[in-house]
Design a protein. Structure first.
Length: 235
C-alpha cells in the first residue's frame, strides 16, 4: 500500500542500504539514499522528509553529529530519527536518544522489524490533544496537530518519543505505568528495549518541562505516573 511518507536513508554499506530501500519500497514508502553524513545534511537543507533512518557509524560526519545538527536546526528538529547500530551497545543507544533520536534498530534486522519500527514512529502523536493544570499553577498543553508541547503557553522542544510518553502518562493521571507498559504503548507490544531507554526519555522530558517536570512522579521499583491532581481534557 502506497503512502505519502518520504524517508531519508543514511547508510554507507551498499548491501544493507539496498535491502533497506527494497523493504521500504515494498511497504509503500518513498525513500532516498545517501551514504555520508555530509550528504544527509545537504539533502535535509533542500528537501522535506518525514523520517530519517540514520546509521551511526558513517565516514566523515558520523550519525551522532547528524542527529545533533538536525535537533539544533528549527527546520529539521521535529523530524523523527531511527538510529541504525551494528553493535547494539547500550551506551551508543542512550547517547543517540539523549541527542534526540526517537528509536533504534540493531543490525542485523529483519524486514518486518524495519517496517514495523518505521510505521510505529510515524504513527506516534496522531490524534491526541490534552490541556492539563495542576495545583502549583503549571499548565501543559499537548497539541497533536502541531506536534507541540507548551508549558504555560510557551512551546518546548520534545522528540517524538518524549511526546508519546507524555501523551500516554497524561491519558490516565494518577495511574502508575511500568516501564514495560510505557515501552509497549509507545513502541509496540513486541519491541525489545531496555528500561533504561525510558528513564533517559523521562529525565530529558522533566528537564524540558522545567517547573512542570515535577508532575512526573517516580514510583520506586515500579515506574512513573503524572500526579493525581493533573487533569487532562481532550480537545
Amino acid at each position: 500500500m502506497a503512502t505519502d511518507k518520504s524517508i531519508l536513508v543514511v547508510e554507507d554499506e551498499q548491501e544493507i542500504a539496498e535491502l533497506i530501500l527494497l523493504h521500504l519500497e515494498r511497504a509503500g514508502f518513498s525513500s532516498t539514499l545517501v551514504s555520508t553524513g555530509e550528504a544527509a545534511i545537504g539533502h535535509l537543507e533542500k528537501c522535506d522528509v518525514d523520517l530519517v533512518l540514520l546509521d551511526l557509524m558513517l565516514p566523515g560526519i558520523d550519525g551522532f553529529e547528524v542527529c545533533r545538527r538536525m535537533k539544533w536546526e528549527p527546520r529539521t528538529r521535529q523530524i523523527p530519527i531511527i538510529m541504525l547500530t551494528a553493535c547494539g551497545e547500550e551506551t551508543d543507544i542512550v547517547c543517540g536518544l539523549e541527542l534526540g533520536a526517537d528509536d533504534y534498530i540493531v543490525k542485523p534486522f529483519s524486514a518486518g522489524v524495519l517496517v514495523a519500527r518505521v510505521r510505529s514512529v510515524l504513527r506516534r502523536g496522531a490524534d491526541f490533544q490534552a490541556r492539563a493544570t495542576s495545583p502549583n499553577g503549571g499548565m501543559i498543553q499537548i497539541d497533536a496537530d502541531r506536534f507541540e508541547v507548551r508549558v504555560e503557553g510557551s512551546p518546548i522542544k520534545v522528540t517524538a518519543g518524549e511526546y508519546q510518553i507524555l501523551k500516554y502518562l497524561a491519558s490516565r493521571p494518577g495511574f502508575v505505568r511500568t516501564r514495560q507498559q510505557i515501552i509497549e504503548a509507545t513502541h509496540g507490544k513486541y519491541v525489545v528495549m531496555s528500561s533504561r531507554t525510558i528513564d533517559v526519555h523521562i529525565t530529558a522530558l522533566r528537564r524540558k518541562l522545567g517547573k512542570a517536570g515535577v508532575l512526573i512522579e517516580t514510583i520506586r521499583g515500579v515506574g512513573y505516573r503524572l500526579e493525581e491532581d493533573f487533569r487532562a481534557e481532550s480537545t
